[in-house]
Design a protein around this ligand. Structure first.
Ligand SMILES: O=c1ccn([C@@H]2O[C@H](COP(=O)(O)OP(=O)(O)O[C@H]3O[C@H](CO)[C@@H](O)[C@H](O)[C@H]3O)[C@@H](O)[C@H]2O)c(=O)[nH]1
Length: 348
């Protein structure tokens, strides 16, 4: 393949960058970062005009442009990508339960919508596109993860099938973002405030933990290092749900922890996987990150017989039950780096 060279950090200065799902928490942190890097324009693309209005006021920066639309509708995506050098694709249906009950909605947004984003970006002359995925796309058991897995395949197929494209498309996967909207930590904090026991689904369940800032670092790393079709993950520690509950409780209360085990929810897994063993065996260690290059074997089937992979049986998945495990004190140290936790502690 004739790869376009990855962009340099300096290329951001004066660039136009579009963010799909740009009014979400990732979009806000990324937009702030891009403005600090001196971009000429940030095109925020999203469905929600009220959130766009809030963001417009809170940023109050004339380099921001807001585009209303839905990734399901390619025509609505085009204006946001016209003239854009780079695109970060964060628009998605991300909640496990809602996708479980309405899987066809996940197909429309996460698969068809991502395809629209990829094709429109390429047709608009975008140089680099990073698609955000999740650990739930590996060995997926729920509709959200399944649809994200197919988004990944769509991105990789674009790279494989368009070897002369001037656009580099890559994928990042990350685990649970601490304190993200609707996630377990704000739920625990609300329960604590209400004087209720913390509801534990399954105490031994493990999750990779990372901050929103780290998710931006991962996406930035992909942006600066990707070859077409690459997949990136950030090395991350994990904790059990029991540890997480005790860490939150210990930070915010002097009383003995009060927890109630409620059992696993629809579509949940005991442990998450960031890289399957098949990916891990091909992964390049890049310090804080792993890079998995595109499997760009073509339709020459004989290669599948003569160039097989024998190392795969000797390695394990990179999963939340075999990564660095945080105890209560280490989880609390991580929590103290989260702005919402800092605010919560300051209120006490
Ligand atoms: O009251 C609760 C709620 C959740 N959990 C557990 O806490 C962990 C984290 O749950 P949650 O914060 O809801 O995250 P996930 O279900 O793992 O999914 C989140 O993390 C994904 C990334 O892996 C995102 O893509 C999803 O949007 C986001 O909901 C899981 O083990 C849950 O079983 C509890 O113990 N008690």
């Amino acid at each position: 393949m004739n790869h376009p060279a990855p962009p340099h950090a300096e290329d951001l200065a004066g660039a136009t960058v579009a963010i799909t799902g740009g009014t979400g928490s990732f979009g806000a942190v990324m937009a702030r970062h891009l403005l600090e890097e001196g971009v000429a324009q940030v095109n925020v693309f999203s469905r929600d005009e009220a959130k766009q209005d809030l963001m417009r006021r809170s940023f109050n920066d004339e380099r921001m442009r807001f585009f209303l639309g839905d990734v399901r509708d390619a025509d609505s995506v085009r204006p946001a990508f016209t003239g854009a050098d780079f695109v970060f694709h964060a628009a998605a249906l991300k909640q496990v339960p809602s996708c479980e009950f309405f899987p066809q909605q996940a197909v429309k947004t996460n698969i068809v919508g991502s395809h629209n984003v990829i094709e429109t970006a390429a047709a608009s002359g975008v140089r680099a596109l990073v698609c955000l995925s999740t650990d739930k796309a590996v060995y997926p058991v729920n509709a959200m993860g399944m649809s994200k897995a197919l988004m990944e395949k769509t991105a990789q197929a674009y790279a494989r099938n368009n070897p002369t494209s001037g656009m580099t498309v890559s994928v990042t996967r990350y685990g649970n973002v601490l304190y993200s909207r609707g996630s377990v930590i704000p739920a625990f904090v609300a329960q604590l405030h209400a004087g209720q026991p913390l509801t534990l689904t399954e105490p031994t369940m493990t999750r990779f933990l990372m901050s929103l800032q780290e998710s931006v670092e991962l996406v930035k790393h992909a942006f600066l290092n990707a070859r077409p079709g690459d997949l990136f993950v950030k090395k991350a520690p994990a904790s059990t749900v029991d540890t997480l509950a005790r860490a939150v409780w210990g930070l915010l209360s002097e009383d003995e922890p009060d927890v109630r085990v409620i059992g696993m929810r629809h579509g949940e897994k005991l442990h998450e996987t960031l890289l399957s063993r098949e990916e891990f065996v091909k992964a390049e260690d890049q310090g804080d990150f792993f890079r998995v290059p595109l499997d760009d074997r073509g339709l020459q089937y004989e290669k599948y017989f003569t160039e097989g992979e024998d190392a795969v049986s000797h390695v394990a998945d990179y999963a939340s039950d075999n990564t660095e495990r945080l105890d209560v004190a280490a989880t609390q140290a991580l929590l103290r780096t989260i702005p919402e936790v800092v605010e919560e502690l300051a209120r006490r």
